[in-house]
Every structure is written in structure tokens, then in C-alpha cells.
Write a protein that binds this ligand. Structure first.
Ligand code: ATP
Ligand code: MG
Length: 407
């Protein structure tokens, strides 16, 4: 039925001095994400038209929903400017879309000023023919359920009804790169998605304690990053797997129970900063949201972040858990996060973690063991893999530790 998808950039993409970079970035992404589909893409200054040929509109829109910076889409028909032809197309479209009593109006936008009819005249003429031929339509110009849009442009006239919202935001990777701390939980993948949606490219770091924790918990992270990679411009994301078992065991044996999580987190941030610097990432991103659990009180966040100088981004800081879950469901990470496997933070969780840790106390506790050499070894033994949505990785049954699997 539909001939084109009309794609609109976000408003801000078309303003300011970065607009060339933004548009260029998005256009490349569209071409990349449409890989393998028999479509043609026409890039124009303010819009993009995807000619569907025989391809299903839904397939194209599903793929567009992985691109940040797009405002909305419409499934359109195209014809030359002629009232009778436009009316015929409009009748075809509305007969396809309208099945019960529906209030409607016609709205015309005229970019081609050489046409001697005014916008409202075009609307009136088309509306007359449409009302005669399409059953169930009732005019309501104030609050219609359906608007028939006619957009008259130099290269042709486009006819469509609904505007389907895109994911908005800014084109991913136009703002630089950040290192996402990713666990197998619900929050950090959502934080990763939001970070990409604001225009940053991400790399991911996961601290894994195999074989103390099961391989399935790393598989979970791989699967989460695979979902996130669909939002990356190249559909690829680097995942750094940092062997954390030795540090983990060291902390379990050396640190008083209530500070175990705090010290573990401090080690994670030290390592994350080292990796971020090594990989030219300008910030660290975490899935912390304030006040949910003991490790997320302001005192905890302060005590943990005091070990690094990097900018730390917490996209979820002020979000409600239900809102986080909504996003997790929308981006389809929720089901993966809910798989029941433990990671280093859920194995041997102390019964009474300190609610208000202090930097001073944490520093004193850390003086009793030499963690520096463990950090160096962990960085040296870090395994970096490329996650590519087009080449899923499965490590289940391949071994008991990450070192063994990727050696
Ligand atoms: P999540 O659902 O993301 O696990 P959470 O609410 O369970 O978050 P915590 O487990 O306290 O919270 O973790 C807070 C944040 O610390 C995570 O969102 C993540 O950014 C980081 N983090 C925790 N564990 C790890 C890990 N093993 N590897 C990398 N980052 C981690
Ligand atoms: Mg967690």
C-alpha cells in the first residue's frame, strides 16, 4: 500500500552550527541500518524519504527506531500535483486506514510556492472528493481523530495521515565517547541506552568473577550489550571483560563485612577510569539511581566516586524504578536482565551493608592490603570483545571461566 516513509529529523538537528555533522551522521546510520533491504533513500535538506519498493513499511520503521535524532515518521503515498490525482490517492489511503466512524480534517502544507492554489483551497477541494468516496468520515476541524496531510513539495506531493514518533535525542557518537559500567541488572543497560540517545557513543566494562560466578551471568551481559549495539551507529560496541575474581576474593577476606560492597565499588571505579583513559572515553556512565538500596545513598555514591577524577554520568539518578522498567521493556533488555544469574555484586552480599560509609573509613580499610598490583593485573588480563548485533556470541558450555573461553 505505502510508497514512501517520510522521516523527520529532530528540530534541533536542523539548527545551529553542528547541523551538517548531525545530518551527515544520521544519514549514514540510516543507510547502514537499512542494510539488505530493497529500498532507495532520498536525502533532502529537511526530510528523508525512503522509497519502499516492495518492502514492508513496518520493517523499515522497526529499524529506524534504533536511530537517535529522528523525530517522527509517516507512511506516505506520492503523486504529482493535481487535485484529482491527490484526491484519488487520498481516497485510496483512507479506505485502507479507516474502518469505523472517524472524525477527520485535511491539512495542506505548501512548500512549492509556484502553485497558484492556497493551502486551504487545496484542503477544501480534496476534502470534498474524499467525503464523497470514503464511508465513515465525519469532519471535525478542531479535534479530529485522523488528519489527512497533503505536503506539496517541488519534487512531488506527499499524502499521509499519522506521525509515528521516533526515539528522538541526538545522533549517537556526535558527542564523544563514554565508558558504561554494565552489570546484568535492569538499570545499567537503560543507562547505556539513554547515554547513546543523548549523542554519546559507548564502550562497556563488566567486572566478572568467573568461575566464582557462573558463565551465564557474563552471557547475560553479552546479550544485553548485543541489544544496545543495535543503537550504535556501526551496530557494534566494545565490551571489556575485567577479571575481578581475585580482587573480589581479596576484599571478601580482608574487608569488614559492612564495607565489602563499598570497597568493591571503589575498585570497580578505579579500574573503569583506567580503562576509560586507555580507550579515549571522556566519561564514566553508571546505572545508579539515588536511594534505592544501601549502595545508592548519597554517602555511598560520594565514597565510591572519590577514588576517580573522571566525570561520572548517572542518567537514571532521579528516575523512579517504574520508569526505568518501562524503558527497559521498550528497548527489550528487561527480559534478559530478569534472567536469574548472579554476578559479583549478588554473590556473598553482606547482610548489613553500611548505609552511610565515609571516605576516611574506606581509605583506612584499603591500607591493610596492596590492591594496586591486583588492579594492574586485572587491566593487563582484561579481555575485550566486539559485540555486533549481526554476529551474536554464545559462550555457554564453552568453559567455566572467561580467561579459558577467550584465551
Ligand atoms: P543494575 O540493575 O544496573 O545492576 P542495580 O540497581 O542493581 O543496577 P547495583 O547493583 O547497586 O544497582 O549497581 C549500581 C551500578 O554499578 C550498576 O548500574 C552498574 O553501572 C555498576 N555495576 C554494578 N555491578 C557491576 C559489574 N559487575 N560490572 C560493571 N558494573 C557494575
Ligand atoms: Mg545490580
Amino acid at each position: 500500500m505505502y510508497e514512501y516513509i517520510m522521516v523527520r529529523y529532530g528540530d534541533l538537528i536542523l539548527k545551529g552550527k553542528n547541523q551538517h555533522i548531525f545530518r551527515h551522521n544520521i544519514n549514514n546510520q540510516i543507510a547502514h541500518k537499512m542494510y539488505g533491504l530493497n529500498i532507495d533513500i532520498e536525502f533532502q535538506h529537511d526530510l528523508i524519504f525512503i522509497k519502499l519498493n516492495d518492502v514492508d513499511a513496518k520493517e523499515v520503521i522497526d529499524r529506524l527506531n534504533f536511530i537517535s535524532g529522528l523525530n517522527s515518521y509517516s507512511k506516505t503515498l506520492k503523486c504529482s500535483f493535481d487535485i484529482d490525482t491527490i484526491s484519488q490517492k487520498a481516497i485510496e489511503l483512507l479506505n485502507y486506514e479507516v474502518h469505523e466512524k472517524t472524525t477527520f480534517k485535511v491539512e495542506t502544507k505548501r512548500a512549492d510556492k509556484s502553485i497558484n492554489l492556497k493551502s486551504f483551497e487545496i484542503s477544501n477541494l480534496v476534502s470534498k472528493q474524499v467525503l464523497r468516496e470514503v464511508k465513515n468520515l465525519v469532519v471535525d476541524v478542531r479535534n479530529p481523530e485522523k488528519t489527512l496531510n497533503i505536503e506539496v513539495r517541488n519534487e512531488g506531493t506527499y499524502i499521509f495521515t499519522d506521525k509515528i514518533p521516533g526515539i528522538g535525542g541526538f545522533p549517537t557518537s556526535t558527542g564523544g565517547r563514554a565508558m558504561l559500567l554494565i552489570s546484568g541488572g535492569i538499570d545499567s543497560p537503560v543507562a547505556g541506552y539513554m547515554t547513546m540517545n543523548t549523542g554519546l557513543e559507548i564502550e562497556c566494562v563488566h567486572f566478572e568473577s568467573s568461575p566464582l560466578t557462573p558463565i551465564e551471568s557474563v552471557q547475560k551481559v553479552i546479550d544485553l550489550v548485543t541489544v544496545l549495539s543495535k543503537y550504535a551507529p556501526s551496530s557494534k560496541i566494545k565490551l571489556h571483560l575485567v577479571p575481578f575474581r581475585e580482587i573480589h576474593e581479596l576484599i571478601l577476606s580482608e574487608v569488614q563485612e559492612s564495607y565489602i560492597i563499598t570497597i568493591m565499588r571503589r575498585m570497580m571505579y578505579r579500574l573503569a577510569e583506567m580503562l576509560a583513559k586507555k580507550n579515549n572515553c571522556k566519561a564514566i556512565v553508571s546505572g545508579d539511581s539515588i536511594g534505592q538500596v544501601a549502595s545508592q545513598t548519597l554517602e555511598s555514591l560520594i565514597t565510591v566516586q572519590s577514588v576517580v577524577n573522571s566525570l561520572i554520568i548517572r542518567p537514571l539518578a532521579a528516575l523512579d524504578k517504574n520508569d526505568i522498567i518501562k524503558i527497559a521493556k521498550k528497548i527489550k533488555t528487561y527480559q534478559i536482565s530478569n534472567r536469574p544469574f548472579s554476578d559479583c555484586c549478588t554473590v556473598y552480599v553482606p547482610k548489613r551493608p553500611v548505609i552511610k560509609p565515609t571516605v576516611e573509613r574506606a581509605e583506612i580499610l584499603e591500607q591493610s592490603f596492596d590492591y594496586q598490583k591486583y588492579l594492574k593485573t586485572a587491566i593487563k588480563d582484561t579481555i575485550t570483545i566486539e559485540i555486533n548485533e549481526r554476529k551474536p556470541i554464545n559462550i555457554i558450555d564453552k568453559g567455566f571461566s572467561i580467561q579459558e573461553i577467550f584465551k
